[in-house]
Ligand binder design. Structure first.
Ligand code: FES
Length: 128
């Protein structure tokens, strides 16, 4: 590898690093919260919050509309880990699910996320 090729490699590495920062920033928009302390204000409209145990994602597709799903991807069992623009993302093989109804938008998953029942009491959401 000559000096020019090394410089090119450095630029590519920098681009990947910048992408990594961007992805991490996006990922941090999705919080993990205890199952007993979710309030409507915690859930971004178009986004969601994750409960670690039981593994659940709670989304707010539009102001005041709340839905909840298992966060276990039906493809091979990874946990979905990000909700942006009303889409839920699985990091393992790239499946994308609707945050409105859990249906598959992009595979390889062929089944949607399972709906989870919850109680909305005023602005407090109780799941599990
Ligand atoms: S486990 Fe989610 S896409 Fe494969």
């Amino acid at each position: 590898m000559n000096r020019r090729e090394i410089l090119k490699a450095g630029v590519v590495t920098g681009a990947f690093a910048a992408t990594g920062v961007s992805l991490n920033s996006c990922a941090s928009e999705t919080e993990t919260v205890p199952a007993d302390s979710i309030s409507l204000e915690d859930i971004p409209v178009g986004g969601g919050v994750f409960v670690a145990e039981p593994p659940i994602v709670v989304t707010q597709p539009s102001e005041g509309e709340v839905v909840a799903f298992s966060s276990i991807c039906p493809h091979q069992g990874c946990k979905v880990n990000q909700v942006l623009d009303n889409q839920i993302f699985c990091p393992c093989h790239g499946s994308i699910f609707s945050a409105l109804d859990g249906s598959v938008i992009v595979g390889p998953a062929t089944e949607g996320l399972s709906a989870v029942t919850f109680v909305l009491d005023g602005t407090k959401v109780s799941v599990g």
